[in-house]
Ligand binder design. Structure first.
Ligand SMILES: NC(=O)c1ccc[n+]([C@@H]2O[C@H](COP(=O)([O-])OP(=O)(O)OC[C@H]3O[C@@H](n4cnc5c(N)ncnc54)[C@H](OP(=O)(O)O)[C@@H]3O)[C@@H](O)[C@H]2O)c1
Length: 299
């Protein structure tokens, strides 16, 4: 391996220490404990694992996580009523509705029902719009956690050298690809967004100084696609059968071969994933500031 390993686990741990200190300061100076309501509908086992990890992390940092669990039979209007109740509860600073929701509930309507100042996932149309217009970004406002965490890792790795570079984002979801492209644009990258209908992806990838893979296809990005020296951010989380017959977590990038040509690369696991949870905490601190009239913390 010649690429520098971008250690998301270490970066997230350091970031979490800073946020725990900010939470302690808010408590001491203003008697405010950042509080996030975690809403889980149904019994999807992967969602339960993600929710438990998020709650553990926020509690360790001195935040409050309040659990709202409902059976899969909850109707869309009942869920929206629950969100509305949380919107009006002044003790709740952030609302996180865990996805995926049961098939009979339209996620867009639920996300749109969350008050923008409590939208700690940064996915509401209002907050997506603020990112698009540049009002929100790396240093301010509620921005989608996974791309924000990916961007923080890139900034740590590249610093001011990001300006003017060619960036390729593979994936255009509202959750990752689109906000990632906006964050890169704010850093003065020249951004291309690719998707399943893109022609000749390897040709686009070959000229990218930065390649972000948010596809959901195990190890799709191969060595011969990647420009030598490029920074590669792998957002993908896919289950694959290992040689020992057990399933293992892999990214969208073929890590072993790509790390031989890339300049820097995130591993899976231990790359973007830990930063996602850390950014949820960052957003909860910002949400607490937005609702209490305090200045946004410098974190
Ligand atoms: N680390 C974390 O914390 C974290 C958080 C969220 C997601 N993830 C992971 O990130 C990955 C992407 O998540 P997502 O929610 O963005 O997924 P998604 O909503 O399914 O979007 C996937 C995107 O990839 C594009 N795509 C699919 N196949 C492609 C191909 N062969 N060539 C080029 N583009 C292709 C799709 O194009 P179309 O738009 O044309 O369909 C779509 O835009 C998944 O592995 C997910 O598990 C990780």
């Amino acid at each position: 391996m010649s690429a520098r390993l971008i250690d998301g686990k270490a970066s997230a741990a350091a970031f979490r220490v800073r946020m725990a200190a900010e939470a302690a300061r808010l408590r001491q100076a203003h008697k405010i404990t950042p509080t996030v309501a975690v809403v889980l509908v149904g019994d999807d086992s992967a969602s339960a694992v993600y929710v438990a990890a998020k709650e553990k992390a926020v509690k360790e940092a001195g935040f409050i996580a309040r659990d709202f669990r409902s059976p899969a039979s909850l109707s869309e209007s009942e869920l929206i009523a629950q969100v509305d109740m949380l919107n009006r509860d002044p003790s709740v600073h952030g609302i996180l509705v865990q996805m995926p929701l049961p098939a009979h509930i339209e996620p867009r309507r639920v996300i749109a029902a969350i008050h923008p100042d409590k939208d700690v996932d940064g996915l509401s149309p209002a907050n997506a719009g603020r990112l698009l217009t540049g009002e929100f970004g790396l240093k301010r406002g509620l921005v989608a956690c996974t791309p924000l965490g990916a961007m923080m890792l890139l900034k740590e790795t590249m610093g001011a050298r990001l300006s003017g570079l060619d960036a390729l984002v593979i994936g255009r979801s509202n959750l990752v690809g689109r906000p990632m492209a906006q964050l890169l644009l704010q850093e003065n990258c020249t951004v291309t967004t690719a998707h399943s209908q893109t022609r000749d992806l390897p040709r686009l990838a070959a000229r990218a100084d930065i390649l972000v893979a948010a596809i959901g296809r195990a190890e799709l990005v191969r060595k011969d696609w990647v420009k030598p020296g490029a920074a590669v951010i792998d957002v993908g989380m896919n289950r694959k059968q290992g040689s020992n017959g057990k399933s293992k977590l892999v990214g969208d990038v073929a890590f072993d071969e790509v790390s031989a040509v890339a300049g820097a690369i995130t591993p899976v696991p231990g790359g973007v994933g830990p930063m996602t949870i850390a950014c949820l905490m960052r957003n909860t601190l910002i949400a607490a500031a937005l609702q209490t009239g305090l200045p946004q913390p410098d974190i």
